[in-house]
Write a protein that binds this ligand. Structure first.
Ligand code: SF4
Length: 394
């Protein structure tokens, strides 16, 4: 299960670097090192979540990077200045060499975070992952109730995740719980908070679905209504105060209701590199939706070469590419014009101002989607058939 918000919002433990990803930097500065490497170890996953942000065309097992190739990548990343490796997928635990990979990234002096559904895992293997150097475990939940979570993931896995949560308490590693929220589970927020209060993780992230990949395919059924969002903000504001000092509560607002876009991945090619299972290097996980861009592969070029000098990473760095209103906007060094992938998906123009921005010429495209949602909400909210479930690669 991939939850894309990890690259768009902030999260995690005291040792996480993601707060830096959101910090604005002057556009006149010279190119710095990336801070995080997101390693999509595989697109295989035991779950079939209807909001998965993986591309609809998944990478096959046969073309995945080998243990040795990943190991080389971790060392190149470290030499380039990367501080943190986020293992994700698909499900990173689906790699049979996952313990070796954790060990290898730790040997390269990277902070290692596992972004996982918690399956397949047993107590012994969790202990071996920690021994290999795992620093942080982000465990995802699809709801508070088994019936909801199982419908969203297309599997019967909710109870197994609760078991993993119990095991995690026995280890001295940072833990984040991740609830991806949307129209079909947002009413369970109080019950999700009960799970949080019972287990007291260092951080909990309530992440709104981002509309890429399968999330986009299921958008009509996932997008919350304005009334749901208002209720959610109230509950989470109270929870944030109640849990202060125990668990950090992070809420990532749905883009479509925001006034301004988020600084997606801290700005294109500024803070993060993502490597797909077959070695293609992307500025963000969704970038492959943008046409006419050639993304290079770690099998053919060094990470440093790609970071510093590839056409794809240079395409939207800085401000040269910006059009009005971003070009002269005071916020251009805060949000960098928003998300290029979202701009393309909602307007067909990859250089457009992100249409979730209230100043964007194409904001009407987003308002129309929200209007249609309000008109059809009663019908769609009760309809539990018709999901497009995530498939597995060959
Ligand atoms: Fe950000 Fe551009 Fe909107 Fe200004 S106009 S707030 S820079 S997206």
């Amino acid at each position: 299960m991939t939850c894309l918000t990890i690259w768009r919002g902030c999260m995690i433990s005291g040792r996480s670097i993601f707060s830096f990803l959101l910090a604005p930097l002057a556009m006149t500065e010279t190119l710095e090192s990336p801070l995080a490497l997101v390693a999509e170890l595989t697109h295989r996953c035991p779950l079939h979540c209807v909001y998965c942000s993986n591309p609809l065309e998944l990478t096959s097992r046969a073309t995945e990077l080998s243990t040795e190739e990943w190991s080389r990548v971790f060392h190149e990343a470290s030499e380039l200045g990367v501080l943190q490796a986020d293992f994700t997928g698909g499900e990173p635990l689906a790699r049979t060499d996952i313990i070796e990979l954790v060990h290898s990234a730790r040997a390269a002096k990277l902070y290692v975070s596992l972004i996982s559904s918690g399956l397949p895992l047993d107590e012994g293997k969790l202990g071996r992952l920690v021994l290999a150097g795992l620093d942080h475990f982000q465990l995802s939940f699809q709801g508070a109730r088994a019936e909801t979570a199982n419908e969203i993931s297309g599997t019967n896995t909710h109870l197994a995740k609760l078991r993993v949560l119990d095991w995690l308490k026995q280890h001295r590693i940072a833990v984040t719980l991740n609830f991806v929220i949307h129209r079909k589970n947002i009413h369970e927020l109080e019950e999700m908070l009960l799970i949080v209060e019972e287990h007291a993780p260092g951080c909990v992230e309530f992440a709104s679905v981002q509309y890429y990949g399968y999330g986009l395919a299921n958008r009509e059924k996932l997008l919350p209504t304005r009334a749901q969002l208002d209720r959610c903000v109230k509950i989470l504001t109270e929870a944030e105060q109640r849990l202060r000092g125990k668990t950090r509560v992070v809420f990532v607002v749905p883009d479509y209701y925001a006034r301004y876009p988020k600084p997606c991945v801290g700005g294109w090619g500024r803070k993060l590199m993502l490597i797909s299972p077959d070695g293609v290097v992307l500025p963000c996980h969704a970038a492959s939706v943008i046409p006419r861009m050639r993304f290079e592969n770690v099998k053919k070029r060094s990470l440093r070469g790609i970071w510093e000098d590839s056409d794809s990473f240079r395409a939207f760095r800085g401000q040269q590419w910006m059009e009005e209103p971003c070009k002269s906007c005071d916020r251009r060094e805060v949000d960098f014009g928003g998300c290029r992938c979202q701009a393309f998906l909602l307007t067909g123009d990859r250089a457009a101002t992100d249409p979730v921005c209230s100043l964007a010429p194409a904001r009407g495209n987003v308002d129309r989607i929200l209007r249609e949602l309000e008109e059809t909400k009663n019908r769609v909210a009760t309809d539990s058939i018709g999901w497009v479930y995530r498939k597995n690669p060959a």
